[in-house]
Design a protein around this ligand. Sequence first.
Ligand code: FAD
Length: 539
Amino acid sequence: MCDLVLRSKCLNHFNFSFTCNNNNHHPHNHNHNLILVKNSLFLRIESHSSSTSTRKTHICKGRKLNDSGSGTGADVIIVGAGVAGSALAYTLAKDGRCVHVIEKDLRVPNRINGELLQPGGYIKLKELGLEDCLEQIDAQEVLGYILYKDRENIKLPYPLETYHADVAGRSFHNGRFIQRLREKTKALPCVQMNEGTVTSLLWKDNKTVIGVQYKSKDGKEQKAYAPLTIVCDGCFSKLRRSLCHPKVEVPSCFVGLILENCQLPFENHGHVILANPSPILFYRISSTEVRCLVDIPGQKVPPIGNGKMANFLKTMVAPQIPAELHDAFISAIDTENIRIMPNGYMPAEPIPTPGALLIGDAFNMRHPLTGGGMTVALSDIVVLRDLLKPLTDLNDVDSLCKCLGSFYILRKPLASTINTLAGALYIVFSASSDQASNELREACFDYLSLGTIFSSGPMALLSGLNPQPLSLVLHFFAVAFYGVGRLLFPFPSFRCTWIGARLILCAFGIIFPIIRDEGVRQMFFPATVPEFYRSPSAR
Ligand SMILES: Cc1cc2nc3c(=O)[nH]c(=O)nc-3n(C[C@H](O)[C@H](O)[C@H](O)COP(=O)(O)OP(=O)(O)OC[C@H]3O[C@@H](n4cnc5c(N)ncnc54)[C@H](O)[C@@H]3O)c2cc1C
């Protein structure tokens, strides 16, 4: 029985692929029955026991998605094999889809971003069956944060008591993690991963995306077709323009250094220093290396080439970091390559498009201070997987569009909580010449140092363990009113009352623009949006 199914599938595919290539049509033009048969056979194979896996791999690999030319037999094309693209390709292929991944550069990436995965992201990674990609890369467990202000510090553990023992944050070299994700994804039978740069999306009647045009490694222009194209080309996305309204802002840049062979004051914790003008981060990325990220507001940073950056780091930053890290920090400046990365912010404003979707940083970005980007991307993948699961035929454009509409709503609780917190905390944690803003920063530090729910609540939000925007807003205003209370207690003066009033205004001014960008209705009342009820869980 098993052999019969496998052989039928294989024949079916070759037939499909052959027609595709020779007529230079895209799969939409093919008869739906054929595709339905293809999908159902595929699903049957997936449900067979592991004893069939070797043969399945062989036959599926034989089911080539056409390395060389126009047209593929893929169900889904994924542009970019970073964190989002690789995890998504694995997930969809595991669900029986044939996935064609096109990645610009398949070498191990060397970057300073995406190095700390929050516990909420770890849980999503586990849900996707990818947690073993954190093994063999010298990843470090993260149990919470240490927050420094004026040499005082407070410990902010993640509230992990009710979770399985392995649930915690993880920090690592981003490139090693991505490479593990790619390897695991490539090993699946129905994934084809090509090196190539996607240059444009292919459209039918100017309204439906039917595939992509890309330049392969050998410089050849190629076309690939599929009923669904998912663009995951990261923060510098060139393809997002037609799929969303990209309003990218860059409030600051991170300057990255690696400190070697030094001890963090509190191992297994991220260290956040409320410095002037803005925060500095330290966290371990391997057993011998500590990452330092120095935030510089705006987009202009001192040039590296003429030594101005080194001078800035030594004179302005070094005096503000914990004494234990001082020497390693100075020697990192002298010996290391200094890396700079813009910290983009972009609210998700999709243009619903049949046949295409954005995921990851191409779709939505927040300030990286809270390390939430990978958690949002992985959570989005879980939401999308659950929505696409019942859809056997991706050529069914109506059902596909409904799924994508629901995706934009169902992702909101987690994404908007993390996005809003990141944006608000970045402003609150930055120094300001305005006294009311500085009072808010002090109040935030003191509020978190109260412990219990006052620290565990915000930490659950930051770590992606509690995706509740309302809880975020309550904590945010609790901080603001706590700040006012500190000012007025024990004897309210006119001056303090005035600063208190400005503090509340300042809090409103910080959080409301971010909430407006996220969408008040989607964020707080998703159940009033019709798309909410199209989700499998709501059904
Ligand atoms: C300074 C900084 C620090 C950060 N720190 C953290 C952190 O600690 N924790 C966290 O969770 N998040 C962090 N983030 C955010 C995190 O890096 C992103 O959210 C995450 O990497 C998004 O994954 P992605 O797959 O969308 O993009 P990427 O991981 O960037 O992957 C995009 C992929 O697309 C490929 N690509 C691009 N263009 C094309 C093309 N035309 N054709 C084919 N392929 C293409 C690229 O080569 C790349 O492999 C940080 C961000 C910044 C800026």
